[in-house]
Design a protein around this ligand. Structure first.
Ligand code: G3H
Ligand code: 13P
Ligand code: ZN
Length: 332
C-alpha cells in the first residue's frame, strides 16, 4: 500500500471547494507519455494552476501502471524543481470500470478515482459507487461518479446516443453513494468527432461545422438540486481547427472533426462545473506538430527532434486552456 500523501499528491476535496466558490474549473488532462506529463507540469507551474493528471484504463495498459505511478511521483518533484514550492497535483483514475481497478489504483498511490457506473441501471450504479466510496474514503481518496450517458466511447462502454443526466436523480445518487463529485451528461462526448454534420450548422464563410449548444438548462437544474456540489464535464476538448487543418495539410485525414466551443466551456467553468476533462486536444496538438515536423524535415529520425516541438505544442495548448478557458491560473 502506497499512500498518495507520501508521493506529495493531493486529493480533490479542497481544490474543488475552492474552484466552485471561485467560479473556475480545474484542468483534468489525460496522460500516457512522458512528454505529456512534462508539458502538463510545465504549464501548471508557469500558470500557478492546480492540476489533475488522469490515467485511463487504456493508459495503464499502454504505459504500465507502475511506471505511471512513478511518473506521477516524478511529476511532483519536477514541479518543485521548476520552482513551485507547493504543487497541487492530483493523480486520478479516469473511467474506472470496476471496484478492483479503483482499489488497485488507491493501493498504488492515486489520490482520486472515478468509478464509471453510468452504463449500469441506477440502483446498480449506486451500489458499485458506494462500494468504491467506502474503500476510498478510508484512505482519504476522493471519488468521482457518473450519472447520464455520454455518446461515443467510454473505454469499453460505448453508446450511440447520449442520455442527459436526469436532475431528479442527482440528490438520491449523491446522498446514497457519498461520492465527492459527479460527472454529468449535458451534450459533451469523447473524441474528435463530437457531433455529426446533421447535428450542426455550417459556417458559410469557412465551411466548418458549428456545433449545437450544450444543455445548460440541465446543468442549472442539477445545480439547483445540489447547490455547491462539484460537477465534472467529460468530453470537453474543443478540437482546435488550426490543429485539424495542420493535420489535414500534412497528410492526415480528419474530415469534419468538431469539438465543444471554448465560450461554452468558459461559461461552464464559472458554474458548479469544477473539473473539465481534456484528452483529445492534447492528441491533436501532438499529432499536428509531429506531422508538420516530418513534412519539413524528412531526414529526421531521432524522436527527440519531433517530440520536442510536440511537447511544446501541448504545453502551449494546456496554458491556453488554463488561462483563457478554465481560469485556474494563479490559484495556488
Ligand atoms: O475518456 C476517454 C479518454 O480520452 C481516455 O481515452 O481510453 O483512449 O485512453 P483512452
Ligand atoms: P475529450 O475526448 O473531449 O478530450 O474528453 C476526454 C475525457 O473526457 C477523458 O475522460
Ligand atoms: Zn471521459
Amino acid at each position: 500500500m502506497v499512500s498518495y500523501k507520501k508521493l506529495g499528491l493531493v486529493n480533490t476535496k479542497k481544490m474543488f471547494a475552492k474552484a466552485v466558490k471561485g467560479g473556475y474549473a480545474i484542468p483534468a488532462f489525460n496522460f500516457n507519455t512522458m512528454e505529456q506529463m512534462q508539458a502538463i507540469i510545465q504549464a501548471a507551474v508557469e500558470t500557478k494552476s492546480p492540476v489533475i493528471m488522469q490515467v485511463s484504463k487504456g493508459a495503464r495498459k499502454y504505459a504500465n501502471p507502475t511506471i505511471l505511478r512513478y511518473m506521477a511521483e516524478g511529476a511532483v518533484q519536477y514541479a518543485k524543481e521548476l520552482g513551485c514550492k507547493k504543487p497541487q497535483i492530483v493523480l486520478h483514475l479516469d473511467h474506472g470500470d470496476s471496484y478492483e481497478t479503483c482499489k488497485s489504483c488507491i493501493d498504488s498511490g492515486f489520490s482520486s478515482v472515478m468509478i464509471d457506473g453510468s452504463s449500469l441501471p441506477f440502483k446498480e450504479n449506486i451500489k458499485l459507487t458506494k462500494k468504491v466510496v467506502n474503500y476510498a474514503h478510508k484512505h482519504d481518496v476522493t471519488v468521482e461518479a457518473e450519472l447520464g450517458v455520454l455518446a461515443g466511447v467510454e473505454d469499453e462502454v460505448s453508446a450511440a446516443e447520449s442520455h442527459y443526466t436526469k436532475p431528479e436523480e442527482v440528490i438520491e445518487f449523491a446522498t446514497k453513494t457519498g461520492c465527492d463529485s459527479l460527472a454529468i451528461s449535458i451534450g459533451t462526448s469523447h473524441g474528435a468527432y463530437k457531433f455529426t454534420a446533421a447535428q450542426c450548422t455550417r459556417d458559410p464563410k469557412t465551411g466548418k461545422l458549428v456545433p449545437p449548444p450544450l444543455a445548460f438548462d440541465v446543468l442549472k437544474a442539477i445545480e439547483k438540486k445540489l447547490p455547491g456540489f462539484p460537477i465534472v464535464l467529460h468530453g470537453s476538448s474543443s478540437v482546435p481547427q488550426d490543429c485539424v487543418d495542420t493535420i489535414n495539410k500534412y497528410g492526415g485525414k480528419l474530415p469534419d472533426a468538431v469539438g465543444i466551443p471554448e465560450e461554452q466551456l468558459r461559461k461552464a467553468a464559472k458554474s458548479a462545473v469544477c473539473k473539465i476533462n481534456i484528452d483529445s486536444d492534447s492528441r491533436l496538438a501532438m499529432t499536428a506538430a509531429i506531422r508538420k515536423h516530418f513534412a519539413e524535415y524528412p531526414g529526421h529520425f531521432d524522436p527527440r527532434q519531433y517530440l520536442t516541438p510536440a511537447r511544446e505544442a501541448m504545453k502551449e495548448m494546456y496554458i491556453h486552456k488554463i488561462v483563457k478557458v478554465l481560469g485556474s491560473n494563479n490559484k495556488l
